[in-house]
Write a protein of this length. Structure first.
Length: 214
């Protein structure tokens, strides 16, 4: 199904690859490229995400913030619009460069309300002990930090994309991801909301003694 881009006055160009949990399309408006992304979230959740991305920008990170439609809403017809960032894929070693900005984001959002419709992960009994570090203090986390969500821009800066899993949760989850410390228990927490079936499957493996994500 083609997205309705009339709310932005944009023209659909073609589908884009990627988007593990949502469909993506390349579109054009006033001579600039944008990405239309399918969403299933309500407007309150999207406004929460926009507030987080604004804070991430103030913390020194480069992000692609959603573009409101002419009505002022972020979503129309089940899609949102974001700037298309031209860049090259990042590498695992690039994750460490995000650490200062992520730490500032965590400090700035310790008292933030939870994203509407989300909740912090609640691990099955005994599984938290299998995390490489305790869960500890909560704050807004990106929740999906890996090289596939990083772009190296022509300026040399790194852009962090895909904030769909951002939520208030254990800040150490982001820090473990930045350190690239694989843990089945950490993976269970990371996909608890977006992929509950996978989270339950991984939780069973972790409780059985497995040590690496699958």
């Amino acid at each position: 199904m083609k997205p309705d881009l009339s709310g932005w006055g944009a023209t659909l160009l073609r589908p884009l690859p990627g988007g593990a949990r949502s469909r993506l399309w390349l579109c054009e408006r006033a001579g600039s490229w944008f990405v239309a992304r399918a969403v299933h979230e309500g407007e309150t959740g999207l406004r929460w995400q926009d507030r987080v991305q604004a804070m991430a920008g103030r913390c020194g990170m480069t992000v692609a913030r959603m573009v409101p439609a002419a009505s002022g809403a972020f979503a129309r017809g089940g899609v949102v619009l974001e700037p298309f960032l031209v860049g090259t894929p990042a590498h695992g070693a690039d994750l460490a460069a995000l650490a200062p900005g992520i730490a500032r984001l965590h400090r700035a959002t310790r008292d933030w309300p939870q994203r509407p419709g989300y909740r912090a992960a609640m691990l099955p009994h005994g599984l938290a002990a299998r995390l490489p570090v305790p869960l500890g203090r909560v704050a807004v986390v990106h929740g999906d930090l890996h090289p596939g969500n990083l772009l190296r821009l022509p300026t040399g800066r790194l852009a962090l994309i895909d904030w769909e899993e951002a939520r208030v949760d254990a800040a150490r989850l982001d820090r473990m991801a930045l350190a690239q410390r694989p843990s089945l228990a950490a993976e269970v927490v990371a996909c608890w909301h977006a992929e509950p079936a996978r989270a339950r499957r991984l939780a069973r493996r972790a409780m059985a003694g497995a040590t690496a994500p699958a």
